[in-house]
Design a protein around this ligand. Structure first.
Ligand SMILES: [Zn+2]
Length: 491
């Protein structure tokens, strides 16, 4: 599109994607399909659509058109320190944010992280994100989060949290109630409560669940996190009538059969962050367990202090982890997997309509159904050898495509990405704000703590003794040894 066309579409002129492989996520793949958008709405989906005069047309041939993806658990404020914790354990994460440094984040730091994270999300084809915002130590921080999300491209749910406070206290404070009253919500910005249940037998979290009910808000909670939240938390929620269909269980990894049964029976859903679970150790990514119980699944990336906002990566990791588990269990029985149970199509659904359902937005987004809001992504990259041939569309989406292949993104009918570039995003300003937060964090923490945060202690590791030598009769031994030394130094 040229700038005039983008302006016209954003002012309401119809737009049609032409001749794509359409993955509507509410039905079969449409080869050679069109998607017509008028205003903020998907008007029609099908082959060779008649479109109104003046419609802006995008040649989507060779590409995939699909609904925007939905990330149901992301600590957007932490994007301001992107990558800092790449080598952390979960304990080191807790020590960094909960004990030591979470308190140094000012309202402008929350806003800075949110703005950059929002641009990152839509750039990667993620049109709806639940911002699991547990750095909101005052309502001024909450206000900053709201303003950042309102001013950024994309559709959001602010899941309000405060890792420095007790949820039963801050949810019932006059300041928070006032914040809820004056924060208007709509299709583009919703509100939820975000807090964890610690398994205190007195169940003080009751007050926070009561507040959620009173406000009519959903609850999202980190559950089944090894060593932190476990079966006792689930049992307490169950006993106190707090397990409703409005609860999202994030991770839901280290839980027993009994807890999964309770989640399933109560109609709750799970947000699986496979890369997070694999790297931070909340437990084995649980899709293989959740599927056995029919618990609805959505995907999430958790935090850019470790990972990214890239749901292509989430789909790939999740499908691989699920299959890996199936293989391991089969091998333990002396068996082999003859047919894969989990398919690429299924994780594509989790990344789209699964997320929309988890957020209660499935009547608005998550599929390319006429009448729904126009959150639409075109994946097409003629410069990428990996995007050809397009034979198995879900396979290409899950195992071949990546965020650089996201060609066009619409959110609510507005063009936010065109020909691989964000539209109207002030990335320079977003970067400057984050640079300010980095300076603030680094100077407040001091140079030593800052460096230590990026270089956690390395535990000792030793190679086990090897009874074999493979040099004596090998004419190439010298060459092998030389090559080994090249890689790892003299042995
Ligand atoms: Zn999390």
């Amino acid at each position: 599109m040229n700038p005039d066309q983008i302006e016209a579409v954003n002012a309401g002129r119809p737009l049609a994607f032409r001749n794509a492989t359409v993955l509507p996520m509410d039905g079969d793949v449409i080869n050679g399909g069109d998607v017509l958008v008028t205003g903020d709405t998907i008007a029609a989906v099908g082959p060779r659509l008649d479109v109104p005069d003046g419609t802006v047309e995008i040649d989507a041939s060779g590409g995939i058109v699909m609904p925007g993806m939905v990330d149901t658990h992301r600590h957007m404020w932490q994007t301001a320190l992107r990558g800092l914790g790449a080598d952390w354990t979960l304990t080191q994460y807790f020590v960094f944010y909960y004990l030591n440094w979470g308190k140094i984040f000012r309202p402008e730091d929350i806003a800075a992280g949110n703005r950059l994270a929002a641009n990152e999300a839509v750039d990667a084809g993620v049109t709806t994100t639940l911002d699991w915002s547990h750095g909101l130590q005052t309502v001024d921080h909450g206000q900053a989060a709201v303003e950042a999300l309102r001013s950024a491209p994309g559709r959001y749910v602010l899941a309000y949290g405060n890792l420095l406070g007790a949820p039963w206290e801050w949810t019932n404070s006059p300041e928070f109630r006032d914040f809820v009253e004056r924060t208007s919500t709509d299709d583009m910005l919703g509100l939820q409560l975000a807090f964890d249940v610690t398994a205190d037998p007195a169940f003080p979290e009751q007050g926070a669940f009561d507040a959620a009910r009173e406000f009519g808000m959903r609850v999202t909670t980190h559950a089944g996190v090894w060593g932190a939240t476990n079966d006792d938390s689930i049992r307490l929620m169950w006993d106190h009538g707090c397990m409703t269909p409005d609860v999202t269980y994030v991770h839901a990894a280290t839980l027993t059969e009994d807890s999964y049964q309770r989640i399933a029976a109560s109609g709750g859903n799970a947000s699986v962050s496979t890369e997070s679970e694999q790297s931070a150790g909340q437990g084995y990514p649980p899709t293989w367990e959740l599927c056995k119980h029919g618990i609805p699944i959505s995907l999430s990336m958790d935090t850019s202090v470790w990972w990214s906002a890239d749901l292509f990566s989430a789909m790939r990791a999740t499908l691989s982890a699920d299959r890996s588990r199936e293989h391991l269990e089969a091998h333990a029985r002396g068996d082999t997997v003859g047919h894969n149970r989990r398919r690429a199509e299924e994780v594509a659904h989790w990344a789209t309509i699964g997320g929309a359902k988890a957020l209660g937005l499935d009547d608005k987004v998550g599929t390319l159904t006429p009448g729904k809001k126009a959150d639409v992504v075109l994946i097409k990259n003629e410069n990428s050898p990996a995007m050809y041939p397009l034979l198995h569309p879900y396979g290409t989406l899950v195992f071949q495509a990546q965020r650089g292949d996201v060609h066009t993104v619409l959110v609510d009918g507005q063009v936010v990405k065109d020909r691989h570039r964000l539209v109207g995003a002030d990335l320079a300003a977003a970067r400057d704000a984050v640079a300010n937060t980095v300076d603030h964090a680094r100077s407040t923490m001091g140079e030593q703590a800052w460096q230590e945060a990026m270089t956690p202690e390395l535990p000792p590791s030793e190679h086990i003794p090897n009874p074999y030598t493979y040099t004596e009769f090998d004419p190439g031994a010298e060459r092998h040894r030389a090559r080994r030394e090249d890689i790892s130094g003299p042995t």
